[in-house]
Design a protein around this ligand. Structure first.
Ligand code: ZN
Length: 151
């Protein structure tokens, strides 16, 4: 299945499950992009994938805007120390991980363990509804690939 198929399947599965759980239509629409992104994320292990392209751009944007967020809350010295240094460390680690430590296609990123780690991460940062959305979207990819392994 190509990335468009994964996006569509993930979105439909998420919308049906969210509707059955009595989630409001507005919330379903707002969280739809998260379900769609989650549905293609497992293919980040493919160099030419849409997920990799999106994550590369997201990593750069986060590296730029994270320090700017610090600028509003902290003084200039803290801004330089915490904001830019942690941002540089993040983007460096991301590209090192993608370049040197990315598992083979349909490796760890296509497992239930990766699904749970991702969903817990989203839950921790955003909340339970977003975590569930991420879980459904990511799981839909494994279902569509018919590639479900624990680890
Ligand atoms: Zn896949």
């Amino acid at each position: 299945m190509n990335w468009r198929g994964h996006v569509l399947f993930g979105l439909v599965l998420y919308a049906i499950l969210a509707y059955l759980c009595h989630i409001s239509l507005t919330t379903i629409i707002i969280l739809g992009p998260l379900a769609m992104f989650s549905a293609i994320l497992p293919d980040i292990d493919l160099k030419q994938s849409k997920a990799r392209a999106i994550m590369d751009i997201f990593a750069v944007l986060l590296a730029i805007f994270y320090p700017l967020a610090y600028m509003y809350k902290l003084n200039l010295l803290k801004y330089i120390q915490v904001g830019w240094i942690s941002s540089a460390a993040f983007i460096g680690l991301y590209f090192i991980a993608v370049r040197f430590f990315m598992p083979k296609h349909r490796g760890f990123t296509h497992t239930i363990a990766a699904t749970l780690i991702y969903a817990i991460l989203i839950y921790t940062v955003f909340g339970w509804l977003e975590g569930c959305t991420a879980l459904i979207g990511y799981s839909s990819h494994l279902l569509a690939d018919k590639h479900i392994r624990l680890v």
